[in-house]
Design a protein around this ligand. Structure first.
Ligand code: FES
Length: 319
């Protein structure tokens, strides 16, 4: 297991299902680099399971990192293990990576969170506040008692006037709630969303035609739902000249690893972006949730852990 050793210095039980962990470097030093708002890190918990969590502290605070962990009953049990850690326990974390980012040229920023999706948007709110940028944060959850950071958002002066809390809005009525934000949006506004896939799709549907698809920034934390029943074999050639057959039931990443080729990876679900590599020839069948729509359309990159080929052969440059 690799990563930077960190120690848990505080555990905040936000709700019965969500807890926030404050992490400091185990060697007592500050975190060295200012990380980008919206970034996530790999966290290896006490059972050795590696999962990704968005950083939700202020990006310019080097003293500690905050992650919020929602207990999920998935097969790997990573979040359940992190619900068992206590102050003083040690974890490993990777370097912050960012797929979300803050647009430099926007006149206004609209942040729309669904449930635990508030975490990367909280870091972006810190960043926008520090830039004195114009923003509003909308936080949708089933109820106040199921939402994290509510007291914090209501009490902190820098957020209080920019935050709207939406409790118990039925899914069918969410697009209407999104549309009520449109009067404050221009073609130079950027929209950031994180939450369940259907929630984010509705955000994109409402705001995309107004601000443009590329100005709607989506942070996925779930793998895309893909039908793999029609998958067939194809060939991958690396820019080094080596060539591999990718069987219908294996990923490019798996085949490369089986052949002793080291590839950066983390989630292996097409979410984190670690394995994204250059695509020099051929057309990808993109199945990830980390490349943007325009990056996929440009056809110059591919997520090796999930994506496949629409052409008989792909020529790939490993990053
Ligand atoms: S390993 Fe995370 S996107 Fe491929």
């Amino acid at each position: 297991m690799s990563g930077l050793p960190v120690r848990v210095t505080e555990v905040i039980e936000e709700t019965p299902q969500i807890r926030t962990l404050r992490l400091v470097r185990d060697d007592g030093l500050p975190f060295q680099k200012r990380w980008e708002a919206g970034a996530h890190v790999d966290v290896t918990g006490p059972t050795g399971v590696l999962s990704q969590y968005s950083l939700c502290s202020a990006p310019d605070d080097p003293s500690a990192l905050l992650i919020a962990v929602k207990r999920e009953n998935g097969p790997r049990g990573g979040s359940v293990a992190l619900h068992g850690v206590a102050v003083g326990d040690r974890l490993l974390i990777g370097k912050p990576r960012n797929l979300l980012g803050v647009a430099a040229d926007a006149d206004r920023h609209v942040l729309i969170a669904g449930g635990i999706g508030v975490t990367p948007l909280l870091a972006i709110a810190y960043e926008l506040h520090s830039r004195n940028a114009d923003f509003e944060l909308h936080y949708f959850a089933r109820g106040r008692e199921e939402a994290a950071f509510v007291d914090f958002l209501e009490e902190r002066a820098e957020f209080r006037d920019s935050v709207a809390l939406h409790w118990g809005v039925p899914r069918a009525e969410q697009p209407e709630a999104f549309r009520s934000i449109l009067p404050r949006v221009s073609t130079r506004t950027h929209v950031y969303t994180c939450g369940p896939d259907g929630f984010m799709a509705a955000v994109a549907e409402v705001f995309g035609p107004v601000v443009g698809a590329d100005a709607v920034h989506i942070e996925h934390f779930e793998a895309a739902d893909v039908d793999t029943s029609g998958d067939t074999a194809f060939e991958v050639e690396l820019d080094t000249g080596e060539s591999f057959e990718i069987p219908a039931d294996q990923s490019i990443l798996a085949v490369l690893e089986q052949n002793g080729i080291e590839v950066f990876k983390s989630c292996e679900e097409g979410i984190c972006g670690s394995c994204v590599s250059g695509l020099l020839e051929g057309e990808a069948d993109h199945r990830d949730n980390c490349l943007t729509a325009s990056e996929k359309a440009a056809g110059e990159q591919i997520a090796l852990c999930v994506s496949r080929a629409k052409t008989p052969k792909l020529l790939i440059e490993l990053y």
